[in-house]
Design a binder for this molecule. Structure first.
Ligand SMILES: NC(=O)c1ccc[n+]([C@@H]2O[C@H](COP(=O)([O-])OP(=O)(O)OC[C@H]3O[C@@H](n4cnc5c(N)ncnc54)[C@H](O)[C@@H]3O)[C@@H](O)[C@H]2O)c1
Length: 275
């Protein structure tokens, strides 16, 4: 990525509160795309290094430099403590992005009343490869320039989808935020099912993953829907049709996934109520 481009993509300073599984993947992708590590400070209680050149602190600095974008990447229940310490260090020009599940924009606004630009973001783990999905939501207090700056920061992570209605946020989190876990379970189950019908375990694991990877790549390139692609695999009267009949009976797979997403969504809604 050219230097001129980098300055348009990245903030002058990035202050990350927490850098675990999720925020760590985001940072790793940004660094791979040319973010200067000298512009990044990570606050993490362990003080463990994050990446070459990135400053790690265990306590809040006295003030945040002008042009700082803050990424909240700790656990949602830590918002009260973090905001009490961080809020007074923010200026009206600080930009704030939060990846905290189940933490509404209203909650963020209540915790950071002086900050104008606040964006709620919900990434997923493949952002580390630039193949993630990030849902984004903000309100009219965030000006167009700040919104564009956060959008530019998220673009290198993969698909970025702004949503207009925050009511969708927990539903989208259930699909794309939690989705990698459901797909990892599916790959594991496909491998174990292969083993259950007599394929050696390691071979089944290798072949299950490659089958899912190839199929996802193919679906991404295809001119027809995944549902139509499934029918292209199934010869009439053949093996695949027999298998699909099991998945499709009483809409078993659809019902299972609907229940799965609904449970995840409900938990997000409960978290938003403080449960
Ligand atoms: N894991 C995912 O797939 C995923 C996806 C989307 C959003 N999220 C959100 O990302 C956030 C972090 O989840 P995670 O899975 O990366 O968890 P994690 O446990 O891996 O990371 C949490 C980080 O917060 C830091 N931390 C702990 N106490 C802190 C404190 N008092 N102040 C500042 N930092 C502190 C930890 O050192 C750690 O780096 C959550 O809010 C979650 O809702 C996670």
């Amino acid at each position: 990525m050219a230097e001129a481009n980098e300055s348009r993509i990245f903030p002058d300073h990035l202050f990350m509160v927490g850098c675990g599984n999720m925020a760590g993947q985001m940072l790793s992708r940004w660094l791979a795309c040319g973010l200067d590590p000298a512009r990044v400070t990570v606050l993490r209680p362990s003080g463990r290094p994050v990446a070459d050149g990135v400053t790690v602190v265990t306590d809040y600095p006295d003030a945040l430099p002008p042009g700082t974008t803050v990424l909240l990447g700790m656990k949602p229940y830590q918002i009260d403590d973090v905001a009490a310490a961080l809020g007074p260090r923010c200026s009206p020009d600080t930009r704030l992005a939060s990846i905290l599940a189940g933490t509404t924009l209203a909650t963020l606004r209540a915790h950071f009343p002086h900050v104008r630009a606040i964006v709620r973001a919900m990434p997923n783990l493949p952002v580390g490869l630039g193949e993630g999905v990030t849902a984004l939501f903000t309100d009219e207090r965030t000006d167009v320039e700040a919104k564009a700056a956060v959008d530019a920061l998220i673009q290198p992570l993969g698909l970025a989808e702004w949503i207009d209605d925050e009511a969708l946020f927990n539903r989208i989190t259930a699909l794309s935020g939690c989705g990698p876990a459901f797909l990892f379970r599916f790959v594991d189950a496909l491998a174990r099912a292969g083993e259950a019908i007599g394929i050696p375990a390691e071979q089944a694991a290798r072949m299950a993953l490659a089958t899912v990877q190839g199929s996802a790549n193919m679906a991404a390139e295809a001119a027809v829907s995944p549902a139509a692609l499934a029918d292209q695999v199934a010869s009439p009267g053949g093996m695949t049709r027999e298998g699909l009949n099991v998945l499709d009976a009483d809409q078993r797979l659809l019902a299972l996934l609907t229940d799965t997403l609904a449970a995840a969504r409900n938990r997000g809604e409960a978290m938003a109520r403080g449960a």
